[in-house]
Design a protein around this ligand. Structure first.
Ligand SMILES: [Zn+2]
Length: 305
């Protein structure tokens, strides 16, 4: 599926409603490049994006224009991401770290993972003793959760989910908020689904990080599939407005195999990829897991107030 110009929409600031914004990064590709593949979690379409703007009032950075919510849901429902499954071991290590962070605040209870994908995190949380539920627009991923992991998943986002208010201790959104068409609305729903004192955990890029600033327009996470680019400041503002208080913001550490890391390098520099691949092959270390921390991904833990 390819997007047409008529599938695009111009939007006001999601955080403050202002119509006034300035260009933050000009487009370097057009939306006719968007396909279901470009929206897969492990997509290699890095540093390719449409116009990205910054709100003149509150500083929120977002893609504008962007595909309409209907179109985005239609595309996500069709995503299949087999690369993710191949790389699952690295994700397991990453998610165990995430869970350790959350369990410092809530050790048990009902946990909802928004955009749960194939359920890797929910599986770990279930083993740990949480009562787990998932929301996932991709039919393929949702079916994988149900059939292979026996986890209850609804094929939708937070706003459409059929869930009871004040029923969850924990809600998690791992690398999800930047994909949402209306993050403010979804955060308010998350707030009403949580019990008093409930915990919300989010990971997303921090475009105010040194790494993102040094790379500028070459920062790899400026991508078509990302609609919002937060900073600690705009994250605090949107969470505050949605009824949360931030408990901590930390650098997120991601564990990946060298094999996966090389596949990312390949998109940038085939020559560097060949060199790295040859060394790894000689040393037989393709499956070696390495922790990555460029300081540009933030883990945000917030409490419902
Ligand atoms: Zn704004």
């Amino acid at each position: 599926m390819i997007l047409e110009t008529s599938d695009l929409e111009y939007i006001d600031c999601n955080l403050c409603g202002s119509k006034s914004h300035s260009l933050f990064l000009p487009a370097n590709t057009d939306f006719s490049q968007i396909s279901a593949n470009a929206l897969a979690c492990t997509s290699i379409h890095h540093s390719k994006h449409g116009p990205i703007v910054r709100c003149n009032n509150c500083g929120l950075i977002f893609a504008n224009p962007r595909p309409s919510p209907q179109k985005i849901i239609e595309i996500y429902s069709q995503v299949e991401d087999h690369v993710y499954l191949a790389e699952e071991e690295g994700r397991v290590a990453t998610f165990k770290n995430n869970l350790a962070e959350i369990s410092r605040y809530k050790r048990k209870g009902k946990l909802l993972d928004v955009g749960c994908h194939v359920g890797t995190f929910l599986d770990i949380a279930k083993d740990y003793g949480y009562e787990v539920y998932g929301l996932e627009p991709s039919k393929w991923a949702a079916e994988y959760c149900r059939n292979k992991r026996n986890i209850e998943v609804q094929e939708c986002g937070l706003s459409e989910a059929n869930l009871e208010d004040s029923s969850f201790e924990v809600i998690t959104m791992w690398d999800v908020i930047e994909h949402l068409t209306d993050p403010y609305k979804e955060l308010r729903r998350a707030n009403s689904l949580l019990r008093d004192d409930g915990i919300l955990a989010i990971t997303t890029m921090n475009v105010d990080s040194v790494f993102a600033k040094v790379l500028g327009k070459h920062y790899p996470w400026y991508m078509l599939m990302h609609l919002y680019y937060f900073t600690p400041d705009t994250m605090e503002k949107i969470l505050g407005k949605s009824g949360f208080r931030i408990l901590e913001i930390k650098h997120h550490i991601r564990v990946v195999s060298l094999r996966y890391l090389f596949s990312k390098i390949k998109a940038y520099s085939p020559a560097a990829y060949r060199a790295a691949h040859t060394v790894a092959h000689l040393l037989k270390i393709h499956d070696l897991k390495v922790p990555l921390n460029f300081g540009d991904i933030m883990t945000v833990i917030a409490r419902k107030i």
